[in-house]
Design a protein around this ligand. Structure first.
Ligand SMILES: NC(=O)c1ccc[n+]([C@@H]2O[C@H](COP(=O)([O-])OP(=O)(O)OC[C@H]3O[C@@H](n4cnc5c(N)ncnc54)[C@H](O)[C@@H]3O)[C@@H](O)[C@H]2O)c1
Ligand SMILES: [Zn+2]
Ligand SMILES: [Zn+2]
Length: 409
């Protein structure tokens, strides 16, 4: 079958790979009917999430149809339409019982301390082949697949595979109560879902920080007040818009590939530049090259710093932007002296996906509103390049397999 594989840092390609098969009685094989590209995939191709095994199929967001099931799969049968949760969990260990699925003790073959198991990730996450393929093997199918209600579209289900639950979890970890003020750093797909979720939870004001015009415009369309960090200082602006206090909650929806301000008052000085360079080298010692393609973040801990500086005293910083295990810089002194609460996690998808699909079914929210491109799977490599460069219009890309025509939105 055809699949999108990681070949080396700075290179993905479509390749012929072996068809997946049932390897364990709890497995299912799913024929993928739609998949999408995520900011997490970009960290891996840029090399800021290291340790990818060449030949690994990328991708962890998909909807599809169950094609075969192992004897121990109880909840699914051939022909069921399903959304695939990005993270893999056994459903039975102590952590899964507590709905901390991203902490599952059994799913990761590298052991209980190795971290979250997910599709299409680096060596330490399994590794498991991903979902940007014609078919995928789904381990622990009963706790990784969720049935899609008949009235929910493939597009809405696809965005509930990862980014909607992640944005929702970010808002939930932020302890947002009606009337709260919330700042969301990063207006990529995850940031957009965090903005929507903060509003669903009753935030009175949501501030959205980025520097890419169409992403800020999308945030503004959702009712957020936007801050372009290359034009104005985000920390000072957030303070001045919240009576000098700072927002009740700051959400990091950027992660390790954060870029410093390259113009305006927030542009780093010489000493900060040196610190950023050290920080960057610790994260990704092997640069991919020059130019705009696969450009690594030049200030990996910039957003963490802004979140801690901007949030009100005794407020909450909620981190869903991804950082690799070697990330070591966090402004702990300031956080401590401001009495902050900090939460950070990979999404426990299976906890959220059923609930969020129900919200979609009831018409409370349509995550597919942020889908900006629908393209052929055969063009996936080009799509990766456009999304990586954050080109106008490339906020979220759905890839359709086979000959299905691209119905650009
Ligand atoms: N925790 C989880 O389970 C989980 C799940 C999905 C994605 N993620 C992570 O969430 C993050 C966002 O994903 P995405 O798909 O939206 O990625 P993306 O790359 O499309 O979006 C990141 C956005 O951050 C902006 N940005 C860069 N530097 C910034 C700064 N200093 N201040 C404010 N904004 C800045 C970029 O311009 C971009 O719009 C990634 O780190 C991804 O790995 C985490
Ligand atoms: Zn994702
Ligand atoms: Zn488990």
């Amino acid at each position: 079958m055809k699949a999108l594989v990681f070949s080396k840092i700075g290179e993905v390609k479509i390749a012929d790979v072996a068809d997946p098969r049932i390897e364990n009685e709890k497995d299912a094989v799913v024929k993928i009917t739609a998949t999408s590209i995520c900011g997490t995939d970009l960290h891996m191709v840029r090399g800021t999430m290291a340790g990818m095994r060449p030949g690994t199929v990328l991708g962890h967001e998909a909807v599809g149809i169950v094609e075969s099931v192992g004897d121990e799969v109880k909840n699914f049968k051939i022909g069921d339409r399903v959304v695939v949760c990005s993270t893999i969990a056994c459903g039975e260990c102590e952590f899964c019982q507590a709905e901390d699925y991203s902490c599952c003790d059994n799913a990761n073959p590298k052991g209980p301390e190795a971290g979250t198991a997910f599709f299409g990730g680096p060596e330490l996450t399994g590794p498991f082949n991903g979902l940007q393929a014609e078919r995928a093997r789904i381990p622990y199918a009963d706790f990784v697949l969720v049935a899609v209600p008949a009235t929910v579209s493939d597009e809405d289900a696809l965005l509930t595979s990862d980014i909607f639950p992640t944005g929702y979890m970010a808002a939930e970890m932020g302890d947002i109560k009606p009337g709260d003020t919330v700042a969301v750093f990063g207006c990529g797909p995850v940031g957009q879902m965090a903005i929507a979720s903060a509003k669903l939870m009753g935030a009175s004001k949501v501030f959205a920080i980025d520097t890419i015009a169409d992403r800020l415009a999308q945030a503004s369309q959702q009712g957020a007040l936007t801050i372009n960090y290359s034009q104005i200082d985000p920390v000072k602006t957030l303070k001045s818009l919240t009576n000098g206090f700072g927002p009740d909650c700051c959400i990091d929806a950027v992660g390790v590939d954060a870029q410093a301000a390259h113009s305006g008052p927030a542009k780093p000085g010489m000493l900060e530049n040196i610190a950023n360079t050290i920080d960057q080298k610790m994260m990704a010692p092997h640069s991919v090259g020059s130019g705009d393609q696969w450009r690594q973040g030049d200030a990996p801990s910039q957003v963490l710093m802004w979140c801690v500086e901007a949030v009100r005293k005794s407020g909450v910083v909620s981190i869903v932007g991804v950082y690799p295990p070697q990330a070591k810089f966090f402004p702990i002194g300031l956080a401590m002296s401001k009495a902050l609460t900090m939460r950070a996690a990979n999404c426990s998808h299976f906890k959220y996906v059923p609930k969020l699909l129900k919200m979609v079914e009831e018409g409370k929210f349509r995550p597919s509103e942020i889908l900006s491109k629908v393209e052929r799977f055969g063009d996936a490599v080009e799509c990766y390049k456009h999304f990586d460069k954050r080109e106008p219009g490339w906020i979220k890309v759905e890839l359709l397999p086979g000959q299905k025509a691209a119905a650009a939105k």
